[in-house]
Design a protein around this ligand. Sequence first.
Ligand SMILES: C[S@@+](CC[C@H](N)C(=O)[O-])C[C@H]1O[C@@H](n2cnc3c(N)ncnc32)[C@H](O)[C@@H]1O
Length: 262
Amino acid sequence: MPTWNSDQYLKFARERTQPALDLAARIELDAPALVADLGCGPGNSTAVLAQRWPSAALTGIDSSPAMLAAARRDFPGHTWTEHDLTTWTPDQPYHVVFTNAALQWVPDHAALLPRLFGHVAPGGAFAMQVPANAQATPHRLMRELAASTAWRRHFNQPAREWRVESASFYYDTLSSQAAQIELWETHYIHVLPDPAAIVDWYRGTGLRPWLDLLPDDTTRERFLADYLQLITDAFPCQADGRVLFPFHRLFLVAYRPLRSGL
Ligand SMILES: C[S@@+](CC[C@H](N)C(=O)[O-])C[C@H]1O[C@@H](n2cnc3c(N)ncnc32)[C@H](O)[C@@H]1O
């Protein structure tokens, strides 16, 4: 599990929260009473759910005390619970089990998704968004840099990278239990001020497993400087100096039947 820093993560709050807005908007439920946000982080996605369903009781669940501390500070009106999603077993089912940009960190989706879907109340929805860009240039460059002659001695063990499956996999995993499943992908193109912003973006998420394997902050800063050079070469600036940063994401909404037997 990588270390988390809510300030670093929220530097790009607008871009990171847009997929939560898009996912929440597609859930066809008017007034769910109990809503859970799994991997709620600093509460930005939970705040989206509060806007969408103002009368719902909201619970944010996350394993990072640092993220939960930020969530409690900024949104004291909701319930915040520290728990690992691999073992999360709530006392009651939820009308919406929502998870934005979190399950890529949790292993074994073949077992995880049916279990999480089992915590959805009859007629309710499981809604998930995960990044589908593990093969994108910034990730390829992280791997190549870590494997380079200059850096490989620091990476004796593999970094624990994101793990995301295909739309087909998720459909087959839930279709026997769901009344209806909707899947879609969105290719966001974020406009960032410069190539350093791409490094800053990943410093809060995808680079964490690599940085955590380095021995100290000085070495981490050297790794980031080398990574910035590669990113600068790979993402040419636009005419106004900004960079376009593509980000591919996969969405799923699965509805639980009102009665068993579909
Ligand atoms: C990228 S943040 C997403 C935050 C927020 N949901 C959003 O939409 O921006 C991922 C969050 O998932 C949490 N997380 C990762 N693995 C987890 C696990 N096994 N159990 C609980 N939370 C986990 C992390 O602590 C982190 O706060």
